[in-house]
Design a protein around this ligand. Structure first.
Ligand code: PMP
Length: 389
């Protein structure tokens, strides 16, 4: 039996080759960069060039960027723990809560679970978070210290936050406890399928600064899905004040980031248009896979009651919604037929989808042929399970 693994949103071999080939064309012999020896310790905030590269993704000036390490999740974990420690120390409280937009990213939820922070689910809408639902939760409970947001091509819904949603998020900063911080994970900030006509996103930091709320934002991104997954750059965007404080904390953990990898990235994208051109090449590989899934769903599930799916214009995921009480069964039925999907429920806190109605489809890694094959098997599984109900 043919098996296709669609569990995680990993870049495909072809996507990795884009960077690999670009790298082969460059000469990486400089080790004195920006006046310092990049083979040695130091420059905790990251090279100016690396910060400048991440700055447009984070939508903050390079001076507000920290380029550190290879994983934005690590930075999110460190910032969340730092926030939690301050909250506990300063308030004397022992319990903290966090808003989880659902369906959402399982690894975000895992950070809170690891830190002992209770997750409160709030359903995601087609244009962003349900601001009034969140507002009423945080009005009643000032132990809520954070909220996860993936503002562009959210994992797994593919939602891009509308201007109103971004402004709504800022209004939450205004009406919340002093610790409440929005973790703005722009992991897919430049992953448009049409990179020359990117879907716009309001720059939240800029708007928050206008209202003096900038200290309650922590922005994140990485090049995991631009260059190499696990071999790229991670970055954070903070207010000037919070960057200063957080660097003191980061300085206890590390004497400085790997500046050799930072310099490699600076050189890879040294021409002004090179990053957009690179993302165009990614899009050319991703789009046919998304189209294969979406057209198969459109052909085979269009009149199946209770079934709908997202149609993202970028990012890495498609959400498939099925009738209540069927997602787990569809997942096991597909698995029995060789198609391995992310476990049903994993886009919800504690792995529990109360409606058992959501599946995350990750078409990036398998070949186009395998993605098309898998999409058909998923449709078989959906139809089979629904028929048996
Ligand atoms: N955030 C989101 C929303 C993601 O989907 C992913 C990768 N699946 C990550 C972060 C992981 O980022 P990194 O490799 O920088 O830790």
């Amino acid at each position: 039996m043919k098996t296709v693994d669609m569990t995680r949103g990993k870049p495909s071999e072809d996507q990795l080759l884009l960077t690999w080939q670009l790298e082969r064309k460059k000469n990486f012999s400089d080790y004195i960069v920006e006046g310092i020896d990049i083979r040695n310790y130091g420059v905790l905030e990251g090279l100016q060039g690396a910060r400048a590269l991440l700055s447009p993704i984070l939508q903050v000036p390079p001076a507000q960027v920290i380029a550190f390490g290879n994983s934005s999740l690590t930075l999110m974990f460190l910032y969340a723990r730092w926030l939690l420690d301050r909250y506990k120390k300063e308030t004397g409280r022992n319990t903290a809560k966090w808003i989880a937009l659902t369906p959402g990213y399982d690894r975000h939820f895992a950070i809170c679970e690891e830190l002992g922070i209770e997750l409160i689910s709030v359903p995601m809408t087609a244009t962003g978070p349900d601001i009034s639902a969140i507002q009423s939760i945080i009005n009643q409970d000032n132990s809520v210290i954070g909220m996860w947001c993936v503002p562009k091509y959210s994992n797994p819904c593919g939602v891009v936050y509308s201007d109103e949603a971004v402004m709504g998020c800022i209004s939450l900063l205004q009406e919340s406890s002093p610790y409440f911080t929005i973790f703005w994970d722009n992991a897919y900030g430049i992953h448009d399928f049409d990179p020359l006509n990117p879907t716009p996103l309001l720059p939240i930091m800029q708007r928050a600064e206008e209202m003096k709320l900038q200290d309650k934002l922590a922005l994140f991104c990485s090049t995991s899905k631009i260059t190499y997954a696990g071999g790229g750059l991670a970055g954070m965007g903070l207010s000037v004040e919070m960057k200063k404080h957080f660097l003191k904390h980061l300085g206890v953990i590390s004497i400085g980031p790997d500046k050799l990898v930072q310099q490699k990235h600076i050189q890879l994208f040294s021409e002004p248009t090179s990053l957009t051109a690179h993302m165009k090449e990614h899009a050319a590989l991703m789009m046919p896979k998304f189209e294969a899934v979406l057209s198969t769903f459109a052909d085979r599930l269009y009149n199946t009651p209770g079934v709908r799916w997202s149609k993202p214009k970028g990012g890495y995921f498609i959400s498939l919604y099925t009738p209540h009480g069927t997602a787990k069964k569809i997942c096991t039925t597909a698995r029995d037929k060789g198609i391995i999907l992310t476990q049903a429920g994993s886009a919800y806190p504690y792995g529990h989808d109360p409606e058992d109605a959501h599946l995350r489809i990750a078409p990036s890694y398998p070949s186009l042929e395998d993605v098309t094959y898998a999409a058909n098997i998923i449709c078989d599984a959906v139809n089979e399970v629904i028929k048996s109900m």
